[in-house]
Structures are given as C-alpha cells and as structure tokens.
Design a protein around this ligand. Structure first.
Ligand code: MTE
Length: 320
C-alpha cells in the first residue's frame, strides 16, 4: 500500500483533545451545508433508536465488548481526518476535504447472487431491517496504527438472512460505488477500481460483523465510507470496504482489491495476526492513535475468543 507509516504522523497531528459535536449541532451543520438536502428528517429517523451517549464519561467504554474495557475512544477528530480512501486520494489527510461533496442520498444497495430473494434496497429501508446498534470496535490497520471507534450500524447477518442464501453460497462479495466524477483520485489510485472485498459466508454471518452507517452516534462522514461500510473487527482495516452498493453471494472466493494489487502482501483472509509479518514490516506492535508508546498487537485484534473457532485446522501462515 502507498502508505504513510504511523511513525510519520507528526505528534502535533495526533490531537489529544476530544471533539464532541452535539447531535443537534451536527444536524444543523448538515442542513447548513445543504449537501444532503431534506435529510434532516432522515437523520432524525436514523438516529432515533440510538441512545444518547456522553462520550466524555469514562464509563462509556464499558458499553463495548469486554475486550474494549479500559481502552479510551479515539477522538472524533482523528477518526474523521486520518483516512484511507484511495478513490479520493492516497494521502490520508486529504480524504476529508476531497470527499466533502460526495453524494450519499439517494443510495441503493443491491443484494444478489446465490439467494432466493435478490433485492435492491433503498438505503433507509436496508437500515430499517433491524434496530441500529452501537458497538465499540478496534480498527487495526495493516500499516501499524489502530483506533477505538464507537460505530453504529446493523449486523450484516440481518441483511443476509433477509435474502435467504442458497445452500451452495459460501462467500460474500462486496463492491464500492463506481463514481469517478465524484472521486478525484479515481485515475491516480494505482488500484483496479471499483474497490471490491470478500468474506467467507460464516465470517459474514458472524455476530461481530457490522454494516456501519454511523460513528459517535452520527451519520458516517464521507471519508469514513458513507453511507454504508463494512466493519470486521478481527481483520485488518482494508477489509472494511466503504460506500457499498453491491453485496453478492457466491460459491467462489471473490477477488479483493488489495490482493489483486499485491498478492504477496495482502491475502484473502487478512486476519490481524501479530505472528505473521507483512513482507515489508512486522505486525507484532501497533500505535494507537493518540498514544505515544506502541502496544503489542493482539491475535485477531483481541477478538480471538469469539472468532478463532472460524479458523480451526487452517494454516494461518498460508492463509494470511
Ligand atoms: N474502501 C474503499 N472503497 N477504498 C479504499 O481505499 N481503504 C481501506 C478501507 N476501505 C479503502 C476502503 C483501508 S486500507 C482502510 S485502513 C480502511 O478503509 C480505513 O478506514 P477509515 O478511513 O475509516 O479509517
């Protein structure tokens, strides 16, 4: 990956201050920006089931899974200003500005392939399939940095169950929107676009796997993958494909963008694994954005007790 190493982040760029927009201000700002006309009501509807959370309350981290206990949330400002989204630019600090006018409504997501009930969902219908949940997950990037993010979204399994997968469906393929006119880095990304990703069906059905539509209780910013992105907390961040328009069930392992770009460096599984080094650097340590000292990387990003069973009898060195 054309990646700035965590070491390159100037300490002045790691903002310790916690930025907390009140929900009302956010909605007002969104309306003023006028980029998502008439979405005030939609946002209200989207936000309604999510309980108010005071992120400045240290007890809030207790809302995450046990593995997050004691870990501070990464500030909103860092999560939304340091991004990988090659369709906009390969520079992490430039994505937010270049994605400012990205249009995320109306938006449809087609779910098709080996299913009984293929369907093209309007985004808001899809989000309404089940109650939105808030989940605090780590995001561990292959470049060596990590964040702790309060996501909101719905379990991917809820969508897959709706379309009734066939017995021979074994994988799920995902595709990002193809919108070169809106994505200024499209022709200079160095990637074969549109961006694609894949999961095995049992990984996709796992209760930890989330289709995220928000963070910090607010609609997902464009730079983070609005209006809908994947979050698979035990895998490296590049698995979390952004701005999804298509989800296809298949009987074959689907191609993935980074595996196509550099097959020796990025495998299909992409499980966070401190014991298997990336060919150009170790994965044993990570830098939590906002912290000075590196910490040990945990196997499966700390979710081993919940997901290790998916890989019993698999050689995780070969299947990296
Ligand atoms: N999805 C698309 N469509 N394009 C991308 O370039 N980058 C991936 C992933 N999803 C990427 C993408 C990578 S390399 C990472 S680390 C995460 O998004 C970063 O997500 P974040 O910007 O919310 O931290």
């Amino acid at each position: 990956m054309l990646i700035k190493q965590a070491d390159d982040i100037k300490s002045s760029e790691i903002t310790p201050e916690r930025v907390y927009f009140s929900r009302r201000n956010f909605i007002r700002a969104g309306l003023l920006a006028g980029s998502t006309l008439a979405t005030g009501a939609l946002y209200q509807g989207f936000l309604a089931p999510i309980p108010e959370v005071n992120y400045q309350d240290p007890n809030v981290i207790a809302r995450g899974t046990a593995s997050e206990a004691g870990e501070a949330l990464t500030p909103y400002s860092d999560i939304t200003s340091y991004n990988n989204y090659y369709e906009f630019t390969t520079g992490k600090y430039g994505v937010a500005r270049r994605a400012r006018n990205f249009v995320t409504r109306p938006w449809t997501v087609t779910v098709d392939g080996l299913v009984n009930k293929p369907k093209t969902y309007d985004l808001d219908e899809l989000l309404g399939l089940t109650a939105q949940e808030e989940r605090i997950y780590r995001l561990r990037c292959v470049e060596g940095w990590s964040m702790v993010i309060p996501w909101t979204g719905l379990p991917l399994s809820a969508v897959l169950k709706e379309v009734e997968p066939h017995g021979d469906a074994a994988y799920v393929a995902f595709q990002t929107i193809e919108a070169p006119k809106q994505m200024p880095g499209w022709n200079s990304s160095g990637l074969d676009l549109p961006y694609v990703e894949g999961l095995r069906l049992d990984e996709a059905m796992h209760p930890l796997t989330l289709l995220a539509s928000g963070l910090y209780g607010q609609p997902l910013p464009a730079q983070n993958g609005a209006p809908l992105r994947l979050v698979v907390p035990w895998k490296y961040g590049f698995k979390s494909i952004k701005s999804i328009v298509k989800i296809t069930l298949t009987d074959r392992q689907p191609p993935t963008t980074w595996n196509i770009a550099a097959p020796r460096e990025y495998g299909f599984y992409s499980n966070v694994n401190p014991n298997v080094a990336h060919p150009r650097w170790s994965q044993a340590k990570e830098r939590r954005i906002g912290e000075f000292l590196r910490r040990d990387t945990l196997l499966f990003n700390g979710y081993a007790d919940q997901v290790a069973g998916l890989y019993d009898n698999m050689n995780l060195r070969k299947n990296f």
